[in-house]
Design a protein around this ligand. Structure first.
Ligand SMILES: NC(=O)C1=CN([C@@H]2O[C@H](COP(=O)(O)OP(=O)(O)OC[C@H]3O[C@@H](n4cnc5c(N)ncnc54)[C@H](OP(=O)(O)O)[C@@H]3O)[C@@H](O)[C@H]2O)C=CC1
Ligand SMILES: O=C(O)[C@H](O)CS(=O)(=O)O
Length: 486
């Protein structure tokens, strides 16, 4: 098992209605380390029955929690934030072991994840309503904000802690309860979070974490009328399924789905800054983030210089087990992910692309893959229309601003977009025309708790983080106070 300072953070049971428990039928599923293939342990294979119990308990706990003054709710979240920081080393070790990212990145995720708890601990006390001037003198119009109620969350494997706190933080701050299903590949991070939430004083039943059957647990979450909101981060395909399943009970939805981010380098860019931005945007988490640069468009006049600089940096990446010192690229999450990047590279080659570095599974074997740069990419390639979700940087040449904006927007996705230019007019023109929920100008790293994270088109619904993230867990109630005349 893992060499943790606090071994009690590694839980092999689900957390249901404040009780650590096995699945009703005792069944379990294995959790493996993607770097080594070794089994780390097991977690319960929960189904609909356990989920129903968790939802029922969440509904009772939420009604009490909504009555707790906002300042007290914020204090519990602040304590949880402090506990996350105090246990950051253990949380990072758990994360790297089940997800694969280098330990330094895992620790960065824990700090990032904790920042959502800190942010919403503060925001809890700023849930303001309105008093609106009424058209008649004997009445007053109030718009008050109230918690949505019992909520459910389904989270992905690529940021198993941050995607959880980006949902649980605003939910608890708003006075809601939450039943969570983490990805089956990375359940331990969510269960460790539940340990700390319990220690921070999150009331019994307010937060549950169920591991196991996605379709069974998700099916109960979307079917059960007590669940008033579902928040999901993952693929667009599963997002569509959940949206359909939620329609019968008209649930509020937050969907953070797939992306296909363009990364544009204009010929007036600071090329060294652009290469730096491309490296962080493309290769963070071994290219397994929804906001990764998926298509790199480089204006023809700087293509050779940018390409040479980028290839030199990519060649310097260190592939290996994220627990080993100096490693900057971990394994992909599973064999399906390896097959996808191989398919994208083979397709690019078949359509005229040239591999400048990488291009095949790493000599380490298993789920390790060589960080890859392909030149001569075109709109006819799979890399232009599908999210690779791996360490592949395809370079697309372009000539004019109008041309590249049309190319960048030619996708059903619209999560993140990036461009480098030192022209102020271009910075505003291009930012306003790119069809994305988030635009990075002269930066490849935009995610932070203070900012609204989310997409347009088929990249999702709603925003997470910032003050907007809290609104996702609130309802506006109109109160008309009449008969006030003397
Ligand atoms: N916009 C964003 O912020 C993000 C988007 N993504 C996108 O997700 C994809 C990769 O992540 P990945 O985790 O594989 O995505 P998936 O959509 O396959 O899985 C995400 C979560 O959904 C669960 N799930 C899968 N099928 C169902 C179902 N039928 N009912 C209920 N829950 C279900 C999974 O459970 P289980 O593990 O048990 O199968 C997991 O917890 C990429 O397209 C990426 O762009 C990923 C992260 C962030
Ligand atoms: O799941 C993801 O890809 C995250 O949203 C990426 S980020 O929030 O760390 O940018």
């Amino acid at each position: 098992m893992l060499n943790l300072k606090d071994p009690s953070l590694l839980r092999q049971q689900a957390f249901i209605a404040g009780v650590w428990t096995d699945a009703d039928d005792g069944k379990t599923l294995d959790v493996t380390n993607p770097a080594t293939g070794e089994t780390l342990g097991t977690v319960p294979l929960c189904s609909a029955a356990e989920t129903e119990r968790a939802i029922a308990a969440a509904d009772v706990a939420q009604r009490a929690w909504a009555k707790v003054p906002a300042k007290e709710r914020g204090a519990v979240l602040r304590k949880l934030f402090d506990l996350m920081l105090a246990n950051a080393d253990d949380l990072a070790l758990i994360l790297t072991s089940e997800q694969g990212k280098p330990l330094a990145e895992a620790r960065g995720e824990i700090i990032y994840a904790a920042s959502f708890i800190e942010w919403f601990a503060e925001e809890a006390r700023r849930i303001y309503g309105d008093v609106i001037p009424a058209p008649q003198g004997d009445r007053r119009i109030l718009a008050i904000k109230q918690p949505v109620g019992t909520t459910a969350a389904i989270t992905p494997w690529n940021f198993p802690t941050a995607m959880l706190t980006r949902k649980a933080g605003p939910a608890l701050a708003a006075g809601c309860s939450m039943v969570v299903k983490p990805a089956s590949q990375t359940p331990y991070s969510a269960l460790a979070f539940a340990v700390l939430a319990e220690r921070a004083g999150v009331p019994k039943g307010l937060l549950s974490v169920l591991t196991g059957s996605a379709s069974q647990i998700g099916g109960e979450m979307t079917r059960n009328p007590l669940v008033r909101k579902l928040t999901f981060t993952g693929s667009t395909e599963v997002g569509r399924t959940l949206m359909r399943q939620s329609a019968d009970t008209i649930k509020k939805l937050s969907l953070e789905l797939g992306g296909n981010a363009p990364f544009i380098v204009f010929d007036d860019a600071d090329l060294d800054a652009a290469v730096e931005g491309a490296m962080i945007s493309k290769f963070r988490n071994t290219g397994q983030t929804c906001v990764c640069a998926n298509r790199l468009y480089v204006q023809r006049g700087v293509l050779k210089a940018f390409s040479d600089k980028l290839v030199a940096r990519v060649k310097a990446l260190k592939v290996g087990n994220g627990l080993d010192a100096g490693i900057t690229q971990g394994p992909l999450i599973d064999a399906k992910a390896v097959a996808k990047i191989e398919e994208h590279i083979a397709d690019a080659r078949a359509k005229g692309g040239e591999v400048l570095t990488g291009g095949k599974p790493h000599a380490l074997g298993g789920l390790f893959f060589e960080p890859t740069v392909v030149s001569g990419a075109t709109s006819e390639m799979l890399v232009a229309v599908e999210e690779t979700f791996g360490p592949l940087a395809p370079l697309f040449p372009f000539d004019t601003e109008a041309e590249v904006i049309a190319l960048a927007n030619d996708t059903e996705f619209g999560l993140a977009a990036y461009f480098y230019s030192r022209d102020l007019g271009r910075a505003m023109r291009v930012s306003e025309q790119l069809e994305a929920g988030m635009v990075g100008v002269n930066t490849g790293l935009i995610s932070t708790a203070e900012a609204p994270f989310g997409g347009v088109k088929q990249s999702g619904l709603g925003r997470e983080g910032s003050k907007y993230g809290l609104e996702e867990f609130l309802e506006v109630k109109y109160v008309c106070l009449a008969g006030l005349a003397e």
